[in-house]
Design a protein around this ligand. Structure first.
Ligand code: GDP
Length: 317
C-alpha cells in the first residue's frame, strides 16, 4: 500500500505529479526532505528501466539542438524522453542555462517528453544528488530514455558519468583545436563521441572523427567490453542521429548495465556516507580544540596521526 500522495499519480505517469515530486526533492525544508525520501523509497522498485544517457560538450557545440532532435525522434517512435541537467553554476547565476525549456521548444511541448532545468542546489554534490533523485522519479513515471546534460563546470562531467549508463561527448569538426579544448579526463569518460555540425565542414568532420578514434583507441584497454566509438552527425539536419541511437542500443547489449549501476550506487552511497560522517563530526567537535590541535600538528609538536587520535581515539587513523 502506498502512503505518499504523489506515489500513485507519479506511477501513472502524470507529468504534473512528476514535476511536483522533483520540486519536493529540491526543497531543503526538513519536512519536505523527509517526505521526498519517503516518496523515493516507495517508487524505487519501479525505477531503473530507462537507458540513462549523459551528454556533455562545450557551449555552442549543439547540445540542446542535438537533444531536441534526438529526443523528438525517440518520442515520435513511442519512447518517453526525460531531459535533466547538471549545472552547478545555476546557483550563482540565479537560473539554469541548461535543460532550459526555451532551448528545446519543440521537445518541450511534445506529450511524450519531460524537460527539467538543473536544480540550483548550491554545491555540485547537492545538484548531483537531486539529479540522481530526479532520474529515479522520471523512471518511476515511465520515462524510458533519460538524458542528463552538463556543460562541464568543475567536476560536473564526472558526476554525470557516475549517474548514467552511457556518457556521450559532443565535439566540433575542428578536431585539432577541439581536442586541445577538451579538458583532460573527459575523453576517458566518453563511451561515445559525436562530431556534431558535420554539415558545416564534412571533410573536417571526417578528419575529426579519425583523430577522435585514434585518441579513444589509445585510452581503451584491449579487453574492455565496449570500445568507445567516434561518429559524425548534424543535429540541425538530423543526419547521423539514427547511427548514434543504433550505437546506444549496441552499447546496451554489450555492457552489463545492472553491474555498472550497482557499482555506481555503491560509490555514491560511500560518498554520501563520508559527507554525512564529516558533517556529524563537525557538529560534535569543539572548534577551539580542533584549531589548537591543527596548530600543534602544523608546528610539528604532534604528528598528524597523534592529532587525529587526540580527537577520535587511537584506532581512528
Ligand atoms: P549548446 O550551447 O551546446 O546547447 O548549443 P546549441 O544547441 O544552442 O547550438 C548552438 C548553435 O549551433 C545554434 O545556433 C544551433 O542552431 C547550431 N547548431 C547546432 N547543431 C548544429 C548542426 O549540426 N549543424 C549546424 N550547421 N548548426 C548547428
Amino acid at each position: 500500500m502506498s502512503t505518499h500522495p504523489l506515489t500513485s499519480p507519479l506511477l501513472s505517469g502524470h507529468r504534473r505529479a512528476l514535476a511536483k515530486a522533483i520540486t519536493l526533492t529540491e526543497s531543503t525544508r526538513p519536512e519536505h526532505e523527509e517526505s521526498a525520501q519517503a516518496l523515493l523509497a516507495e517508487v524505487l522498485p519501479h525505477a531503473g528501466r530507462a537507458i540513462r544517457l549523459g551528454l556533455t560538450g562545450v557551449p555552442g557545440v549543439g547540445k540542446s539542438t542535438f537533444i531536441e532532435a534526438l529526443g523528438l525522434r525517440l518520442a515520435d517512435a513511442g519512447h518517453r524522453v526525460a531531459v535533466l541537467a547538471v549545472d552547478p553554476s545555476s546557483a550563482r547565476t540565479g537560473g539554469s542555462i541548461m535543460g532550459d525549456k526555451t532551448r528545446m521548444p519543440r521537445l518541450t511541448v511534445h506529450p511524450q517528453a519531460f524537460i527539467r532545468p538543473s536544480p540550483s542546489g548550491g554545491t555540485l554534490g547537492g545538484v548531483a544528488r537531486r539529479t540522481r533523485e530526479a532520474i529515479t522519479l522520471c523512471e518511476a513515471a515511465g520515462y524510458d530514455v533519460v538524458l542528463v546534460e552538463t556543460v562541464g563546470v568543475g567536476q560536473s562531467e564526472t558526476q554525470v558519468a557516475a549517474m548514467t549508463d552511457l556518457f556521450l561527448l559532443l565535439t566540433l569538426p575542428n578536431a585539432g583545436d577541439e581536442l586541445q579544448g577538451i579538458k583532460r579526463g573527459i575523453m576517458e569518460l566518453a563511451d561515445l563521441c559525436v562530431v556534431n555540425k558535420a554539415d558545416t565542414n564534412p571533410q573536417a568532420a571526417v578528419r575529426a572523427q579519425t583523430e577522435l578514434r585514434a585518441a579513444l583507441t589509445l585510452l581503451t584497454p584491449h579487453d574492455a567490453p565496449w570500445r568507445p566509438l567516434a561518429l559524425r552527425a548534424s543535429a540541425l539536419s538530423g543526419e547521423g542521429l539514427d547511427e548514434v541511437w543504433a550505437a546506444v542500443e549496441r552499447y546496451r547489449e554489450a555492457v552489463d548495465l545492472p553491474a555498472k549501476r550497482r557499482a555506481q550506487t555503491a560509490v555514491w552511497f560511500d560518498e554520501l556516507l563520508r559527507e554525512a560522517a564529516w558533517r556529524a563530526f563537525q557538529a560534535g567537535v569543539d572548534p577551539e580544540q580542533l584549531r589548537q590541535l591543527r596548530a600543534e600538528v602544523e608546528a610539528g609538536r604532534l604528528t598528524a596521526v597523534q592529532g587525529v587520535a587526540a580527537l577520535l581515539g587511537p584506532s581512528a587513523s
